[in-house]
Design a protein around this ligand. Structure first.
Ligand SMILES: [Zn+2]
Length: 300
């Protein structure tokens, strides 16, 4: 069975149907490019990516990208599947294999895997000065840091098995955002780290709100994060608000976009009042500014 090389992407469903009709049950069909699309199309380290796949509503989709499992959900129209994924801020630049396989309800598999080029993103460098116990913590502080680590591992290891978000993400505060994601920082000239979130210049006491709907899975003070609220948006996606002076959200609480989580502040390892807002997907830290720009209304 041969098909012309220039067969349109929209024909890939028909192609699948042909194979079924012809009794091919385990045949693998090569990727049709337009059956898969990524937004934003320009993929850089730190990009959130909305992966869109055209496949019938009764298909089963499996995927994997950069060692992380892709979990697909059905879009509103029933014949489009989506996964909200991304490339970690420290992800390697160069070609990557995006693996997607579609199992058709009546048998047969379509392999839609493709190579995705990850481009360099140029982030700034900066130096900060914080209280010395945040650079060289003492034994008591180390104990708390260790306890926090266990709490976070538990929280980040148990995301909901369905998407809990709906529509576009919204900024968590009404305050000026800074272009600080990905900045390589030194603290007191020593500890180097990458800034894995976005800082908003929020005066102390500014209301901090849910960027999208989900479940509050952590709402307590932590050593570095200070007053911290984590929302699980499902399928491994979380947003994290840090340095809060007051926490209003409760662990286990369901929230909708715009619900009050607490008030901004300067608790934990902070140089002054601001809101640090992070986006985490399956352990990868993604650029919140890019997530805020993503048009997700067509997906959910
Ligand atoms: Zn920050």
């Amino acid at each position: 069975m041969r098909f012309p090389a220039n067969i349109a992407g929209g024909a890939s469903l028909i192609l699948g149907a042909c194979l079924l009709a012809a009794g091919f049950t385990a045949k693998v069909v090569r990727a049709q490019d337009s059956a898969v699309s990524l937004t934003p199309a320009m993929v850089v380290a730190g990009s959130p990516e909305l992966i869109r796949v055209t496949a019938s509503s009764d298909a089963r989709l499996d995927g994997e990208w950069l060692g992380r499992k892709l979990e697909f959900f059905r879009g509103r129209d029933g014949s489009t599947w989506f996964a909200l994924a991304g490339v970690d801020v420290e992800g390697a630049v160069g070609p990557s294999i995006l693996r997607i396989s579609v199992q058709l309800a009546k048998g047969g598999t379509r392999d839609l895997s493709r190579t995705v080029q990850i481009h360099a993103s140029y982030y700034k460098t900066g130096a900060l000065t914080v209280a010395p116990q945040f650079v060289t913590p003492g034994p008591e502080e180390l104990k708390q840091i260790e306890a926090d680590k266990l709490v976070k591992e538990k929280v980040f290891g148990a995301s909901a098995s369905e998407p809990l978000w709906a529509g576009d993400f919204q900024a968590p505060v009404t305050a000026e955002p800074t272009d600080s994601f990905g900045t390589r920082r030194t603290f007191n000239g020593k500890l180097a780290s990458i800034h894995k979130g976005m800082d908003f210049r929020a005066a102390a006491g500014t209301p901090v709100r849910a960027g999208n709907s989900g479940v509050v899975v952590l709402a307590r003070p932590l050593y570095y994060e200070g007053g911290c609220v984590v929302i699980d948006h499902g399928l491994g996606l979380y947003t994290i608000s840090m340095h809060l002076s007051r926490i209003d959200a409760k662990e286990g609480q369901r929230v909708a976009t715009g619900d009050l989580l607490g008030l901004s502040g300067a608790t934990g390892r902070a140089t002054g009042p601001h809101l640090h807002w992070a986006v985490r997907w399956q352990g990868a830290y993604l650029d919140p500014a890019k997530l805020l720009r993503l048009d997700l209304n067509g997906a959910r």
